[in-house]
Design a protein around this ligand. Structure first.
Ligand code: GDP
Length: 198
């Protein structure tokens, strides 16, 4: 897929206040600092669409981006912020879970995982929750340029083994590097294939 147009289509904290127009949605989520904003900017070819962690006052809302006037890329708030109060964390989970459970247009949720470390317990629990709720998801391993291909392959195999303790089947998985634009074609082709099935 060639992205010819990517534009901001609004922020919300719940599905009912999202963009009125209904289109297929592909959402991205991950722990803060996993490289989500960089990936969104890399995929859309717009270096400034999603605000990266270094942006002051980065807000914890759901951002919709209209792509090619045909589908929405949904940037969900990052989770796992160490500094949040319990109340703020609960509010954040409410926003995330509310969107995932209530969106009628979510085609696939891309869950981002850092390719350098073992998938975390909270990520594994989150994936189980997605499974229990019948939410279709894929995994994107980020920041692959930060280590050798062999190290990435070894880590991915380790993560697969962790997941296979809970899952009979593995979801689609992608390797990415925003720095090197790795994975762009594969992820966009996958979105394209799901759009054609839709
Ligand atoms: P977010 O909090 O998940 O949105 O993460 P960001 O996209 O803001 O990235 C967090 C940090 O990781 C920033 O310093 C990015 O420059 C860096 N980063 C993100 N993706 C990559 C990548 O693919 N390769 C490298 N080398 N650094 C990355």
């Amino acid at each position: 897929m060639k992205i010819t147009e990517a534009k901001f289509a609004g922020s919300s904290t719940r599905v009912s206040s999202g963009p009125g127009r209904r289109l297929p949605e592909f959402a991205f989520i991950g722990r803060s600092n996993v490289g989500k904003s960089s990936l969104i900017n890399m995929l859309t070819g717009n270096g400034r669409l999603a605000m990266t962690s270094s942006t002051p006052g980065k807000t914890k809302v759901i951002n919709h981006f209209l792509i090619n006037d045909n589908w929405y890329l949904v940037d969900l708030p990052g989770y796992g912020y160490a500094k949040l109060s319990q109340k703020a964390r609960a509010d954040l989970h409410q926003i995330i879970k509310g969107y995932i459970l209530e969106s009628q247009d979510l085609v696939c949720l891309f869950v981002l995982v850092d390719s350098r470390f073992d998938i975390t317990k909270s990520d594994v629990e989150f994936l189980s929750w997605l499974g229990e709720n019948g939410v279709p998801f894929s995994i994107i391993f980020t920041k692959c340029d930060k280590q050798s291909m062999t190290a990435t392959a070894t880590q991915v195999e380790k993560d697969k083994a962790i997941l296979l303790e809970e899952w009979e089947e593995l979801p689609p998985m992608f390797l990415s590097s925003s720095a090197k634009k790795t994975g762009r074609e594969e992820i966009l082709a996958y979105i394209d294939s799901l759009l054609s099935d839709n």
